[in-house]
Design a protein around this ligand. Structure first.
Ligand code: SAH
Length: 514
């Protein structure tokens, strides 16, 4: 049976930060059936495709041989002929030294339908993120994007014509040939005192900017051991630093871990204050079959329950998603009362139009267990809907008091190993590492021999921030001899974490002043 050809989407992913993918690109990524991506793509973007999507790394490096390009073209063709929606994701913009054009021509030859979604190119965005405007009134009236590396000759042929231009020169793929580029520009008359900058790994937690002049930059780049990917900016605009230093967390590098829900909230709040955030959603929420099995057996179970208890926003979301999938009408829950821990959980419940009846003052499981007992009328039954391996405090309190309750594990958190690895790789540059749950700590430190073996942990000079005492306790247990600083948020919320980091920064600042 012949299937229709699937459409191919050639999408620019931007320079690295997931927030710099276009809205259209993100939408299409969420519908991909096959994803072909390059080495430079931020791995976090791979989380945006559906679970069932086939992900293929087409390891193309700078100056890759033609045969690799041919392989990519034939893979695109093959997947399209299978009738799949294929996303070809490329760093920056697909047509800026991305060989996107070659892929399009190959698709056209085969009569395969396609769409191009432009991306934010590193040639403009990376300087901008480092505070360099590629044009500036009266300073640079043009900018020129030049490859610092061609497959045929290594170095671009004619730097002579560029040397005479007044506009900004932006070299991509130029690290390997920096010496030759600088030599030719000087030889052809660019003044030796022309300001230049190298921006390495722009828009990521590793971003570095190295400033100099045509005369000094080679030595500086050697000293700083510059590595690709980096852009090399030549021109007066390199003397500018258009980056606000006035934000309280400017220059602060913070790794945030946990489920994507909490990590995104933290990212938003911390970026607002100027922080450079490494987003590591290393926990994934996976539903269990508990409700399904239960529903099959006795679908009127809700009639015998009076209180539903949620200990997390994830629990709330999972519950409503699951009962909907089971075909249950929400009116069956009309008679119930609801108890929750924390503002986030309360808000999540309100998203479903339900106001919590009870919320303890202190956001701990124990406080909820004790407090809810006082609210309970004689004969009322409680049903707790939460994660597998939740805190044992509820049982302790209610068993002792003889309270009737049911504890249903409706979801569990799973550790995303590849994200944990990426996080490990980043720890040496982090000023703070945030943990929002005890399980999150376990997920990160489970294989800590790896960290130790590679000496990654020794390089971590930052502070660990935990959302609450339980999370801190697990950190202490898993890192018994650590001298590294661990702080706890005063209020067990995202806002509490942010406030704690601000307080630590202030303390640090005050210390430096005295
Ligand atoms: N199509 C891409 C460029 C591909 S060529 C775009 O539009 O951005 C690859 C080169 O892009 C790298 O060698 C480097 O010079 C530059 N580059 C890509 N991402 C970068 C980043 N995050 N930081 C610095 N340079 C980057």
């Amino acid at each position: 049976m012949r299937r229709d050809r699937g459409k191919v989407y050639l999408i620019g992913a931007g320079p690295g930060d997931t927030g710099l993918l276009s809205v259209r690109g993100a939408e299409l990524l969420g519908q991909a059936e096959v994803l072909l991506y390059d080495r430079l793509i931020n791995p976090m973007l791979l989380l945006e495709v559906p679970e069932t999507c086939e992900k293929i790394l087409v390891g193309k490096r700078e100056g890759a041989h033609q045969c690799i390009q041919e392989k990519i073209n034939s893979l695109l063709r093959k997947k399209s002929l299978e009738g799949k929606r294929v996303v070809r994701l490329k760093g920056g913009d697909p047509f800026v030294f991305g060989r996107g054009g070659e892929e399009i021509l190959a698709l056209e030859k085969e009569g395969i339908p396609y769409e191009v979604v432009p991306g934010i190119t590193s040639s403009i965005a990376v300087p901008a993120l480092a505070g360099i405007p590629v044009t500036h009134r009266k300073v640079a009236r043009s900018f020129h994007v030049i490859t610092g590396h061609t497959a045929e000759q290594g170095i671009t042929e004619q730097l002579e014509q560029y040397a005479s231009l007044d506009g900004t020169l932006v070299f991509l793929m130029g690290v390997g040939n920096l010496q030759e580029i600088v030599r030719q520009l000087l030889e052809h008359g660019k003044p030796a005192d022309t300001p230049v900058s190298i921006v390495e790994r722009g828009s990521t937690i590793y971003q570095r900017r190295i400033d100099g002049t045509l005369d000094t930059i080679l030595e500086l780049s050697r000293l700083e051991a510059v590595r690709p990917p980096a852009v090399f900016v030549v021109g007066k605009v390199s003397a500018y630093h258009m980056q606000s230093e006035r934000l309280p967390l400017a220059g602060c590098r913070i790794g945030v871990t946990g489920t994507s829900h909490i990590v995104k909230k933290l990212e938003r709040a911390l970026k607002e204050l100027g922080a450079n955030v490494f987003v590591a959603p290393h926990l994934k929420i996976v539903p269990t079959d508990t409700l399904k099995n239960r529903w099959r057996k006795e679908n009127l179970m809700w009639r015998t329950v009076h209180w539903l208890v949620f200990t997390s926003a994830n629990g709330v979301q999972q519950f409503f998603k699951q009962i909907r999938e089971l075909g249950m009408d929400r009116r069956m829950l009309g008679h119930l009362k609801y108890a929750v821990i924390g503002e986030g959980t309360k808000k999540a419940l309100w998203e479903y139009g339900i106001r919590a009846d009870y919320i303890p003052k202190d956001y701990t499981v124990k406080e909820l267990a004790v407090g809810l007992m006082k609210e309970l009328k004689a004969g009322e039954h409680i049903c707790v809907l939460r994660a597998k391996n939740g805190s044992k405090e509820l049982e302790k309190v209610w068993d002792k008091a003889g309270i009737p309750y049911e504890d249903l594990s409706i979801y569990q958190a799973k550790v995303e190993e590849n994200i944990v690895e990426l996080l490990w790789e980043s720890v040496s540059v982090l000023d703070y590492l945030v943990f929002a749950s005890a399980f999150g700590v376990q997920g990160f430190l489970e294989k800590k021999e790896f960290l130790y073996k590679r000496k990654l942990w020794e390089e971590f000079q930052g502070t660990m921030v935990s959302i609450g005492d339980q999370t801190k306790k697990v950190l202490r247990e898993m890192l018994p001899k650590t001298k590294k600083k661990i702080v706890v948020a005063d209020c067990h919320t995202v806002e509490g974490i942010v406030q704690k980091i601000l307080a630590c920064e202030k303390e640090d600042f005050d210390e430096k002043q005295t």
